[in-house]
Structures are given as C-alpha cells and as structure tokens.
Design a protein around this ligand. Structure first.
Ligand SMILES: [Mn+2]
Length: 325
C-alpha cells in the first residue's frame, strides 16, 4: 500500500524530491534539545539519503537524549562544535518553525547554502529555498514518510522504527488532536514495514531513571489548582531537579476533571524555570508560550521564565486566566 499525501502540496513534494536527488554531501539538523520527532526524522531521512547514494551528516546543537539510543544509526549523530568543524552548502532543517531554532548548528551552514525546510509547526516561517511546511501532518516524521512515498522509496524496518518513534512522540501515542486518520494509516504502514510498536513504546516510555520516576510522585504532590480549578500547576524545585527530569509529569495535571490547562514548572537553575504547558481542548497553549518567548503546538508547548516561584506562578495564572473561555 502506498498512502497518497493528499493533504500536502504536490509541487512542494516534487521540489523536495528534486532537492534530495540533487544533493551529495548534505547536513540534516533539527531544533535545540531535539525531541523524538526531530531525532527520528533526521535518522530516517539520513538512511533514505544513504540508499540514494548520498552522504548525509546529522549535526545537532545538543547531544540527544539517551532514550533514543535504541534507534538505528543513533551513534552517527554529530554534536555541533564552535567553531564548526566544516560547513555544508546543502542543509535540511527538520521540525523547526524558524531556522534560528537550530542553535549553534547554524555555524555548520555555509553562507550561501541551499536549505530544505521540512516542518509541521503552524507558525513555520518558510525560511528554506524549498519548503514543505504543513500543520496538516502530525509530525515531521509523518512528512518524511509522505516524501519517501512520493519518491517511491522503499522503507526498511530501521527507517520505519525511526519514523514511528517520532509519530508516537508528537501525537502522545495518537491521543493529541493533531493526530489525523492519515497519521494513523501512516503508522499502520510503518508497522507493516517492520516497526516493532511494542519495542519502540517500551524503549521510549519505560526507560527512565529511578530518580525521574520518583520525581513524578513529587510533582503530583506539588499539584495546585488555580483559575476556578481549571488551571493546574505542578512544580519541581531546583533541589528536585538534581534527581532527574520527568517531562511526562506535566500530563498528570490534565487527569483532574475540569482542568483545561496544566503547567509543569521545572526550576533548572535557581530562579530559572523551564515551563511545559498542556491543554485539553479550549486553550491554545502555543499562543500562551509565544507570549513568553516560547513556542510549540496548540495542545503542547513550552517556554522559559525567570523570577521567584511565586512570580512565575502569578504570570502564568494571569495569562491562563485571560486565555480561558
Ligand atoms: Mn514535531
């Protein structure tokens, strides 16, 4: 079965295919603190390019999380150096609304480089020479699948697992509203291509440290409700953060009936908070995060804030209060 990417512009897909066929030595990159979608997408596209006889290099600002080390070719990922070891005149940017989001990997991009922009953020700035940017796909990994299908490339098991990992990461296991019937059909096709769905879910979700698992308990203990019990805040202090980094803890706020928005405050350094935001149906948390210099998607976003815990809580409470219907 070949799924047709009916929701994507065919001219864009043709241009992306031409870019991939024309390049030789090409750099692939994604946003700082790359997530499952960016890492899976880079690994999968690099594998597809190698089969086309190309020489792809994945260059990321940050060392990717060890949780993704089970994906094939993970060890090929290069951490960007300052100054750059070399520059590339062909660059593919995955999962970034703005090119600035690649951080120090920018230094590896030659000044006159041709850029292919593959993304699904609603606010993508179409910064590439070729752009396939659509928020109709659930993830950049789904987009890479559609490009591969458009080019009639064979998807082998390793590639299928890399793409599947990105899709379940970005859709929260097909639960978030950006999941479409086509996303699910793509995922089904990837399983047919050899993606072991149980193995991937196990590696992604049952792979925390003891400290991080225990911290989920501490985050739940900290849960407080605001805005007439429609906004939940979980808070991990700087001392807590020495034990681990339980990203998934944010979701527990939404388990309380009636809560529309939840925020996890992680005090990474004293007075410096990394905020994860999730919402149920009514509030666009990406707009909220933008207001604080962050970004993301309508139902999952993030930003950074500085101040005392009380100040940060107050800022968020005020913004969420205004955003609630
Ligand atoms: Mn993504």
């Amino acid at each position: 079965m070949r799924l047709r990417p009916t929701q994507l512009d065919v001219t864009d897909l043709d241009e992306a295919a031409a870019f991939l066929r024309d390049c030789e030595e090409v750099m692939l990159t994604s946003h700082v603190n790359s997530d499952g979608d960016g890492i899976g997408g880079c690994l999968a596209l690099a594998g597809l390019l190698r089969k086309l006889g190309k020489s792809p290099s994945i260059v990321l600002q940050d060392v990717p999380a060890h949780a993704y080390a089970f994906l094939a070719d993970f060890d090929d990922i290069i951490q960007a150096t300052t100054p750059a070891a070399r520059t590339f005149d062909r660059v593919i940017v995955l999962d970034c609304p703005q090119i600035e989001r690649i951080g120090t990997a920018t230094e590896s991009v030659a000044e006159d480089a041709a850029v292919l922009n593959l993304d699904h953020h609603v606010d993508n700035q179409r910064f590439g020479d070729v752009n396939v940017a659509s928020d109709e796909v659930c993830s950049t990994c789904e987009l890479v699948y559609h490009i591969a299908a458009h080019m009639e490339l064979e998807i082998e098991a390793d590639t299928a697992e890399q793409l599947y990992a990105g899709i379940i990461f970005d859709t929260g296991n097909f639960r978030y509203s950006l999941t479409t019937p086509i996303s699910m059909e793509v995922a089904a096709e990837l399983v047919r291509c050899g993606a072991r769905l149980d193995h991937i879910a196990d590696r992604l979700y049952n792979n925390s440290t003891l400290g991080s698992v225990k911290l989920v308990g501490r985050a739940i203990e900290s849960l407080q409700l605001y805005c007439d019990a429609r906004f939940a805040i979980l808070h991990l202090t700087n001392q807590d953060m020495q034990l681990g980094d339980p990203e998934a803890a944010v979701n527990y706020g939404l388990m309380v009936g009636g809560v529309e928005v939840t925020a996890l405050l992680k005090e990474e350094q004293p007075g410096k908070f990394r905020i994860s935001l999730r919402s149920r149906e009514t509030v666009d948390v990406s707009a909220l995060a933008h207001g604080f210099g962050g970004g993301g998607h309508a139902r999952a976003a993030g930003c950074r804030l500085e101040g005392t815990a009380e100040e940060v809580r107050h800022l968020l409470q005020e913004a969420v209060g205004k955003a609630l219907p």
